[in-house]
Structure formats: C-alpha cells, structure tokens
Design a protein around this ligand. Structure first.
Ligand code: NAP
Ligand code: MG
Length: 401
C-alpha cells in the first residue's frame, strides 16, 4: 500500500513518562506504516526543558502559530519532588500554561464515547464538550484576612487620575476579603474561540454565568458573548442550523443533566474547572477524554486530558507490562491529523483519521480493552496490555482499509 501523503507538517510535542512510551508505540504501530508522517519535532520531556531553560516549550508554541496544528504528549508539571528527581535548575512552569498563554487559547475537553461504557447519567448519549475560560477570576485574585473592625473599599485609580470607590463592607470584626478581575479582550478571545469551535464541530454552544447576582462582572461576560455573536457569528450559525444559547449557571447545570449531550458548554474559569471534572467523571474515565486548545486565530493543539500516568511508568521501569489506556493519546493524533487533512484538503488523511478512531472504538466495543476500562465496561471483556491493545486496533484497521 502506498503511504498517505501530507503537505504541511504537524507540530509534534513529545512528553514524559508512560505517555512518552505510548507516544512512540502509537507512531510505530498505527501511524508510520500508513502515513508519510511529516512533523516538526519538539521534545518537551522534562530533561530537555531543563536543558533549554524551557525555551523548547516557547519554540513549540511559536511553531504552532506558524504551522497551525499541533499534537502534544502529556508532560510533567514540576513540583518540589520532581525538582529533586530530575535535578532541575528550577521549578519550570506548566508547559500547558506556557503554551496556552502564547496562543491565547481556550481548552475544549470532550469524552470519547463507546457503547459498552455507560455514562453515570443515563440520558447522555453524545459527548458534552466543556470550554473553560483560562484567564483571571479567582485564579488571579488578591485576598486579605481581616483581623479587626474596619471598612473595606474597592478603589480604582484611572490613568487620568480619576478615582472610583465602592464600599465592600463595614467589618464589625474579623473576616475575609477578595479582589478579582478579568479583561474585555480576554473574554472576547474566549467567545471567539467558542463560537469558532462550535462552527467547526457543527454543535450548539451554551454559555452560562451568574449575571442576575453579578450585575456588572458576570453581566459583562454575557454582553460580550452576545455582541461577538451578533456581529461575527450569527449568520454562520444560522447557515449551519446550530444555536447559541445563554442561561444562568444553575439552570445550565440542571439542563445538562437532563440533556442527551451533543453540545459545547462554555464556562467561566472556576465553573469550567469544577464542571469539567464532573462531566469527565460522569462519562466514565479520564483516560477517554481528549482536549484541544483553540486560539482565536484558529490554531489547534490536540492532547489527552490525563497526565503522564506516573504510577504505571514506575512499573514499566521495573520491566513490568502495563495496561495503560492509549485511547486519549491516540485521539490527540487523529484529531490533529484530521484537522491537518481538512486544512490542506487531503481527503485520504481525513478518512484515515476517522477510520483509525473507528478501529479503536470498535476494539473496545468488541470487548478488548485496557484494565481501567474493564472496571467500567459492561458485557464480555478481555484485558490486554497497551501494546497488545494497539495491535488489536491495528488488526481491525487493516481490515477496514
Ligand atoms: P495522571 O497521569 O492523569 O494519572 C492519575 C491516575 O489516573 C493514574 O495513576 C491511573 O490510575 C489513572 N489514569 C490516568 N490516565 C490513564 C490512562 N491513560 N490509562 C490508565 N489509567 C490512567 O495524573 P497524575 O498521576 O496526577 O499526574 C502525573 C503527572 O502528569 C504529573 O507530573 C502531572 O504534572 C502531569 N500532568 C500532565 C498533564 C498534561 O500534560 N496535560 C495533565 C495532568 C497531569 P491507577 O494508578 O489507579 O491505574
Ligand atoms: Mg481542576
């Protein structure tokens, strides 16, 4: 068979531990035999980040802006223990945070659905994708603990010297205080990323805040979304027959639980933090969750939502076989390849990505799976290790193409 050709390379960001092992296996078993795989390679493994003083991460993000589509392996975010383990020069920042800041992107997280793993919510039939705003609010707050009686005020001093003051509270005794902010520009980028992704996926977009209580802060989010929608996206949404729907966060939660899925739910930073773990858990497994970072200019970076699966890696280092689930990492690759195919009008590449995903979900639906899924799946099942699982996918892929 002739290999499928690519025109423009993918930006490939390699990573750490067990997912780094799986990364290579996926390429060897399921990609390189079929595709003339072109990538611009960046090693984001912790050792290389330390060697390059983390410049490699910045370069990888810049390359994503240049080429448009990236695929990323999970990476270690160093903590004190990792600084010791890897003898690091310093506690480097989270690569995902660095890349997100450079691309000014929004993260969309969506579950991979298989028939024999039933979501905890019986009505959910299609994926629910969560989009989390990744700037500001309590993640950039300023806090105070008040120890005595006194007056707390919110003060803004304009560049022109104008001062605006609001009393927050007259404290009669000890208490707590918090100041937080967001930026119109950041909310606008978030809105654009959400509307673009909804068009890309042909799915409705929901957005929720608490604007009835927060009449300026949350209301601004609501207003900006509406303005951006009316000005730039309404016609395109109408043409695709999809909808933009705004509701209060508590109403949204109730509707999400009763829904059958199949939409994108945009959330403010904190809501997204909480709701994405709720939705991921309710769908079954973090190992079946994909994640894509979309910039307002339409650059895409695909990855798995889980980490480097450290516990399994330590087993692997002892020479033990592990049954680590490679599906989310595989779907990061297929997502990136499909997007590359769409952008470059390469039908074969798009078809290959779709077929490979089908081969993977078929494998699980036919009862062959890794250990994590066997604990959740219904019906007959055969538990295999990671390599055997990838070989089983390959056997089905061969039959399908
Ligand atoms: P993790 O790697 O997601 O793993 C936590 C546990 O979840 C695993 O021990 C395993 O449970 C289960 N699990 C996750 N993915 C799995 C898979 N594909 N197959 C089977 N089981 C899976 O989270 P962590 O252990 O908290 O973090 C490890 C490292 O990853 C950290 O250094 C962290 O900084 C990094 N991290 C990176 C990213 C990213 O790059 N996007 C995201 C999160 C964390 P059992 O042990 O019960 O089998
Ligand atoms: Mg969280």
């Amino acid at each position: 068979m002739e290999k499928i050709q690519m025109n423009v390379p993918l930006v490939e960001m390699d990573g750490d531990e067990m997912t780094r092992v799986i990364w290579q296996q996926i390429k060897d078993i399921l990609l390189v035999p079929y595709i003339d795989l072109k990538t611009v390679y960046f090693d984001l493994g912790l050792k290389k980040r330390d060697e390059t003083e983390d410049r490699i991460t910045v370069e990888a993000a810049e390359a994503t802006k240049k080429y448009g589509v990236a695929v990323k392996c999970a990476t270690i975010t160093p903590n004190a223990q990792r600084v010791e383990e890897y003898n690091l020069k310093q506690m480097w920042k989270s690569p995902n945070g660095t890349i997100r800041a450079i691309l000014d992107g929004t993260v969309f997280r969506a579950p991979i659905i298989v028939k024999n793993v039933k979501p905890f919510v019986k009505t959910w039939e299609r994926p629910i994708t969560i989009a989390r705003h990744a700037y500001g609010d309590i993640y950039r707050n300023v806090e105070l603990k008040v120890e005595q009686k006194g007056k707390a005020e919110l003060v803004f001093t304009g560049e022109d010297g104008q001062v605006v003051k609001e009393v927050i509270h007259n404290f009669g005794g000890p208490g707590i205080l918090m100041g937080m902010h967001n930026l119109d520009g950041s909310v606008e980028s978030f809105a654009r990323a959400c509307f673009s992704y909804a068009l890309d996926q042909s799915q409705d977009l929901w957005f929720s805040t608490k604007d009835t209580i927060s009449k300026k802060y949350d209301h601004t989010f609501k207003d900006i979304f509406q303005e951006v929608y009316d000005r730039e996206y309404k016609d395109q949404f109408d043409a695709k027959g999809i909808e933009y729907f705004y509701t209060l966060i508590d109403d949204a939660v109730a509707r999400v639980i009763r829904s059958s899925g199949g939409f994108i739910w945009a959330c403010k930073n904190y809501d997204g933090d909480v709701m994405s773990d709720m939705v991921a858990t309710a769908f079954g497994s973090l190992a079946m969750m994909t994640s894509v970072l979309v910039s307002p200019q339409g650059h895409y970076e695909y990855e798995a939502a889980h980490g480097t699966v450290t516990r399994h890696y330590y087993q692997h280092l002892k020479g033990q076989e592990t049954s680590t689930n490679p599906v989310a990492t595989l779907f990061a690759w297929t997502g990136a390849l499909r997007k590359r195919g769409e952008l470059d009008k390469l039908k074969d590449l798009v078809r290959f990505a779709n077929t490979l995903e089908k081969a993977a979900t078929d494998t699980i639906e036919q009862g062959v799976m890794t250990k994590d899924l066997a604990l959740l799946a219904e019906g007959e099942k055969v538990v295999v290790n990671t390599r055997q699982f990838l070989e089983e996918i390959n056997a089905r892929l061969i039959k399908m193409i």
